[in-house]
Design a protein around this ligand. Structure first.
Ligand code: SAH
Length: 252
């Protein structure tokens, strides 16, 4: 007997960011798995079991949800934002790759969500209007040297960049190191957007030139967008300035 596993993106916070397909999957699921704060965002429903787990046990969480689905149940795994962006969809597929043959028969439906960088970009203007990349600054799953190399090469290649997992208590100075590297490669006027808890009541948006960007301006709920050499600011009297990257690259 093989059931269904929905891997559902909840968007950045506000229920209005949840796509209808995600709402349908959550309504059908008999059990919800995920990191505690994300499980809490799913409105409780009678008859639906909730399995909240710690942030660091992603593969185990994926295995538990797959084992449950394999018994014939309809199970949802929830992630903030999009489940395929630094989140649970890859952990689930990794668990299927390593797991028993029967897990390959589970109906797997990955439901996309609005990822943090898109929510932050929309608040700021259109900083991702031309080529861009996304980099997790967490060195839990890759060496810090790899991150430094990617930052430098992405800046040289002319990408705007979105940073996920910008800081943690365990590595307070790395974001300042990242900005120092970017200052070697980019003009000091390049806009840096700090979007914190976008889509939640404590949302905050701040824009600083690269020269003044500092690690303490971000926490783990912040997604940072660093512009490319083309990214500009359009001032509007009495209204928030617009940060945008023109669609045409002049500096080819
Ligand atoms: N799957 C998620 C990302 C998980 S990694 C997504 O697609 O958005 C966790 C990181 O996402 C955080 O450290 C932060 O950089 C970013 N993030 C998640 N929610 C956010 C929000 N509401 N506002 C700003 N950044 C957010």
């Amino acid at each position: 007997m093989s059931g269904t596993l929905y891997v559902v993106g909840l968007g950045p916070g506000d229920q209005r960011f949840l796509i209808p397909e995600a709402a349908d999957a959550l309504a059908l699921a008999e059990a919800v798995y995920g990191y505690g704060p994300y499980v809490e965002r799913v409105p409780a429903r009678e008859g639906q079991a909730r399995h909240a787990s710690d942030n660091r046990v992603e593969l185990e969480r994926a295995q538990d949800a797959l084992a449950h689905a394999a018994s014939g149940a309809r199970v949802a795994m929830v992630s903030g934002g999009d489940p395929g962006v630094f989140a649970m969809a890859a952990a689930v597929i990794e668990a299927i790759e390593q797991g028993p043959e029967s897990w390959r028969q589970i109906e797997l439906l990955i439901v996309p969500g609005i990822t943090a960088m898109l929510a932050v970009a929309a608040k700021a203007g259109a900083p991702l209007g031309h080529d861009f990349c996304a980099i997790s600054l967490s060195d839990n799953l890759k060496p810090w040297e790899v991150i430094e190399k990617r930052l430098r090469l992405a800046a040289q290649a002319g990408f705007a960049m979105a940073f996920y997992n910008p800081v943690s208590k365990a590595r307070p100075h790395q974001l300042d190191t990242a900005f120092d590297i970017l200052r070697e490669e980019l003009p000091s006027s390049v806009p840096v957007i700090f979007g914190r808890a976008v889509g939640r009541p404590d949302e905050r948006l701040r824009v600083a030139p690269l020269a003044h960007a500092r690690g303490h301006m971000a926490d783990m709920a912040t997604c940072i967008i660093v512009g490319s050499i083309e990214t500009r600011i359009v001032e509007r009297p009495g209204k928030r300035a617009l940060v945008y990257t023109p669609r045409r690259a002049v500096d080819a």
